[in-house]
Design a protein. Structure first.
Length: 80
């Protein structure tokens, strides 16, 4: 879902970069920099990317569910 909604550009304040920075600060990614073995490093990069995409997909679902609740609440107020 995220590939349909998110801008693929590496902008500083994009949704992807904000989520990635938050996960970095919480140290939830595997450390890629300390790995010397190319195979292990590639696996860590791939795992981190999959983890980030999973978090983004879940966050988008919550965002749209929240938006929908507000939208239908406003619609119901206007019908009264």
């Amino acid at each position: 879902m995220s590939d349909l909604v998110l801008n693929s550009h590496k902008e500083e304040h994009s949704f992807r970069s904000v989520i990635k920075e938050e996960l970095n600060q919480r140290r939830l990614f595997q450390d890629e920099d300390d790995l010397d073995d190319k195979l292990l490093k590639k696996q860590a990069v791939k795992a981190n990317k999959a983890f980030l995409n999973n978090v983004i997909d879940r966050a988008l679902l919550i965002y749209f569910e929240h938006f929908t609740c507000h939208y239908f609440y406003q619609v119901s107020l206007n019908q009264e």
